[in-house]
Design a protein around this ligand. Structure first.
Ligand SMILES: Nc1ncnc2c1ncn2[C@@H]1O[C@H](COP(=O)(O)OP(=O)(O)OP(=O)(O)O)[C@@H](O)[C@H]1O
Length: 440
């Protein structure tokens, strides 16, 4: 795949994430390699099973996604890597077997410049920048953890790209833990583990994504343990990402956990409203979408769980604008993103906001509706009203009715909490914790 095909295909995958289940996307779509030929899309599946399933179920969706992302309506041909290598009719679709003697590919789009900083990720970004400036010295290993789609891989690639920009000859090795496991198993099977070891142990910087994938894989952990020690002894930089705080990983060797804590462990959190807004603006610009401020605000307010979803939403808007050629308004965004928005509305209701807030403050649910005004009840009630305003589409009178109050009380609560978030760090922290809990 050339760079332009890779970029278009990445956008297609994002687009398909809006239509298919996450499991379908990771099982059937992500393993595909797609190449645009003058008259067709040539898809190579890693094996027969994937090929047959994609051919039976996903070809239409892939065609639509390509049309939306690239503007070209092309027929699709699909084969497997083996077929592609042996079919002279389609030599351009041949897929190189995954080899650990090649560096994994760093995405050139993932740089510090394209990473939007906010409260939720400033520590991770600063640490990553520092590592890229003083590899092997500043923080070693650097471990970035957090939920899916919050920018861990982006930061890891940014470090790799920056290291290569400083020294094009540096051996920056990037690999997903899953890929490492596959490669190591293959090396064991073919009796060439020495080559595998030399490759990883001679890196100047080793970046391993998603190390939670090592959990329960004792032989791989053992190999990684030795690679880790060799690189640390040679003052080579190690960067790791994980979907949770590594001490919480079950079935991961304690020796590894303790070594991870030699360096710095930083988290990335879901972005707050302001950061989502800035990310929306920046992603829209990179997709060539002129996004009016009020639409950016609408999208940022409504797509909250992670940046990958936010990006998917903007891509959809960009494709819809291109196809329909109409001006982009809030109503247009609401229509185009209605299934994504419905998903959020279903999950965040006033009832579950009240439930989450009462549990957080350890008060009874009925107290949120009661007329009692002592501070220990009034503050949680105001926070619950303000969250209902921020996270649902309900009007002030509807929120008031749910709390058995009138709409002016809700308005007052939203203003009071808005001000307190600026002035009182305790309120701000509580509000952000609750937002995180409600943003699944
Ligand atoms: N702060 C940010 N600024 C700009 N883009 C971001 C930011 N955070 C995430 N993204 C974008 O969101 C998408 C998902 O990010 P990324 O792949 O880094 O997530 P992740 O945390 O590694 O997720 P996973 O654990 O699922 O691999 C990427 O396209 C990335 O560029």
């Amino acid at each position: 795949m050339n760079q332009s095909d890779i970029e278009t295909w990445n956008r297609c995958v994002l687009w398909l994430e809006g239509d298919l289940s996450p499991l379908d996307v990771s099982t059937w779509i992500r393993p595909l390699q797609v190449r645009r030929l003058p008259d067709r899309l040539s898809i190579v599946a890693p094996n027969r099973m994937v090929m047959e399933r994609v051919r039976a179920e996903f070809v239409g969706a892939i065609q639509r996604a390509w049309l939306a992302c690239d503007g070209a309506d092309l027929p699709v041909e699909i084969g497997t890597a083996n077929e592609a290598r042996t079919t002279s009719a389609a030599p351009t679709t041949a897929v190189e077997p995954e080899r650990w003697t090649q560096n994994g590919k760093l995405d050139p789009r993932y740089t510090f410049g394209s990473f939007i900083q906010g409260k939720s990720n400033s520590q991770a970004r600063a640490a990553s920048q520092q590592v890229s400036e003083s590899p092997g010295v500043a923080y070693n290993p650097l471990l970035i953890y957090g939920a899916s789609g919050l920018g861990k891989t982006h930061l890891m690639h940014a470090i790799g790209n920056a290291l290569l920009a400083r020294s094009a000859r540096a051996r920056v090795v990037y690999v997903g833990a899953e890929q490492w496991v596959t490669q190591f198993v293959s090396a064991l099977r073919h009796n060439n583990t020495d080559e595998f070891k030399n490759f990883y142990r001679s890196a100047d910087a080793l970046l391993i994504d998603d190390i939670h994938f090592f959990a329960g894989k004792a032989v791989n952990q053992e190999e990684f343990f030795h690679t880790f020690n060799t690189l640390m002894d040679g003052r080579k930089q190690i960067v790791l990402t994980c979907d949770r705080f590594p001490k919480e990983l079950d079935r991961l060797d304690d020796r590894l956990k303790s070594r991870f804590s030699w360096g710095l462990t930083v988290s990335v959190e879901p972005p707050d409203m302001e950061t989502r807004w800035a990310i929306a603006q920046s992603k829209a610009e990179s997709f060539g979408l002129a996004l009016p401020d009020e639409v950016a605000e609408f999208v940022a307010q409504n797509i909250r769980s992670n940046v990958r979803e936010l990006e998917g939403a903007l891509l959809r808007l960009a494709a819809a604008v291109r196809l329909q050629g109409v001006p982009i308004t809030i109503e247009f965004a609401r229509q185009t993103l209605r299934d994504m928005l419905a998903h959020y509305e279903k999950l965040v209701t006033i009832d579950n906001i009240m439930g989450t807030v009462s549990k957080y403050y350890n008060i009874q649910l009925k107290e949120l509706r009661s007329p009692r005004r002592n501070r220990s009840l009034a503050r949680p009630r105001q926070i619950a009203m303000s969250l209902s305003r921020e996270l649902t589409q309900h009007s002030l009178p509807e929120i008031g009715a749910a709390f058995e109050k009138d709409h002016t009380t809700v308005l007052h609560a939203c203003r009071a909490i808005g001000k307190l978030k600026e002035e009182d760090s305790r309120v701000r922290e509580d509000y952000e914790n609750l937002l995180r809990q409600l943003s699944f």
